[in-house]
Design a protein around this ligand. Structure first.
Ligand code: ATP
Ligand code: MG
Length: 338
């Protein structure tokens, strides 16, 4: 069913995306070592990622890094990994004899410190006995103190573990690239080739078709589809969010307001400078000079170029803006209330 707010995992619930699924499945079947699935928030990364893993049908270890705190430690990472390994029945037998790993019933315990702990590279080497995908959702969250350890292990598996494929997604695309550092000479993954599949927004026609199909599945009238697409563009997450509330009887204006509040809430975690830059972009200020003037006006103070530049770059890395424009109309609306 399309109008379901959880990420999809069955192909029959996923609207379109055949091309992207085909590319992902080909890369997986060809045994590519590193695959990136990128796209802005709510574009359908987790859904496409789950459907691809299901369609492939082999073993996969799925880590959701959204749960990691900014300065996560090895204990946090290993506990995430232990949960993921415990959910993957098909590989448990590979782990039972590994030093630092105990399989207790359905649960895989990992020693994360002390003398006989299991390193990530060791774990990947053992997984390599069978074809397996290590799928990491919101992988940019792996940045932080353990970043090098994780990248060293991925680089090791890239070189030696031919049966292991890493499939990484992230909504903060610039941060994901920065984490991997394939363009950064200091990174263990420098120069490594990877396959990238980007999810773009749906065209107007596709967006309308998706909503019409979703409405038909729940027996709702088609009215409102055009107006919803006007407000939410071709971002499937917003179309599902809004379509669902609309068929439940909420007026469009109210649905727009709810979406805007949600976006506003997500923007509250940004720094004061970043929020000011977003406000200025929301006011239509384009170009460096206009932006600087706007922020200075807001702060009633001169603002250092490097500080402002950093704020703007961070917002770009988080995939919120590009070329002084918002990538999502809902965030643009919400920026007026910041
Ligand atoms: N192609 C699609 N067909 C049907 N529903 C979709 C599709 N793409 C996304 N959705 C729906 O949109 C919402 C967001 O999807 P999903 O969580 O997969 O996106 P995401 O890119 O991982 O989002 P986030 O950046 O928040 O992690 C979910 O409700 C999901 O069911
Ligand atoms: Mg997701």
């Amino acid at each position: 069913m399309i109008l379901d707010e959880r990420p999809k995992s069955r192909k029959e619930d996923l609207f379109d995306r055949d091309e992207e699924l085909g590319l992902l499945l080909k890369a997986i079947r060809d045994g590519k070592p590193l695959i990136l699935l990128t796209g802005i928030r709510r574009i359908g990364k987790t859904s496409v990622f789950q459907v691809a893993l299901n369609e492939w049908g082999g073993s996969s270890v799925v880590l959701d890094c959204r749960k990691l705190k900014e300065n996560y430690g090895r204990k946090d990472l290993y506990s995430l990994l232990s949960g993921a390994l415990s959910r993957t029945e098909k590989i448990r037998d590979l782990l039972s004899k590994v030093q630092g790993v105990s399989v207790v019933g359905n649960y895989v315990e990992l020693k994360w410190g002390g003398e006989r702990y299991v390193s990530l590279a060791d774990l990947f080497d053992h997984l390599n006995e069978r074809k397996v995908i290590v799928a990491i959702d919101e992988a940019q969250k792996l940045r932080g103190p353990l970043s090098s350890e994780v990248k060293d292990a991925i680089a090791h598996a890239y070189d030696y573990d031919r049966n292991v494929t890493f499939l990484l997604t992230g909504s903060e695309v610039g941060l994901l690239r920065e984490f991997l550092g394939v363009d950064d000479e200091g990174s263990p993954l420098f120069g490594r080739h990877y396959v990238e599949v980007e999810l773009s927004r749906f065209t107007r026609e596709k967006s309308e078709e998706m909503l019409r199909k979703g409405f038909a599945e729940v027996g709702a009238e088609e009215g409102g589809v055009g107006e919803l697409v006007d407000a939410f563009d071709g971002i499937p997450g917003w179309l599902v969010f809004a379509g669902l509330r609309y068929v439940q009887g909420k007026p469009i204006e109210e649905v727009k307001d709810l979406a805007s509040k949600l976006a506003l809430n997500e923007m509250r975690g940004l720094s004061r400078r970043e929020r000011e830059v977003l406000k200025c972009i929301g006011k239509g200020r384009k170009g460096w000079k206009a932006m600087k003037e706007c922020v200075e006006e807001m702060e009633r103070s001169t603002v250092s170029t490097s500080v402002l530049d950093r704020a703007l770059r961070n917002l770009e890395k988080m995939s919120l803006v590009r070329d002084y424009s918002f990538l999502d109309p809902v965030y643009e609306e919400a920026s007026k209330r910041l």
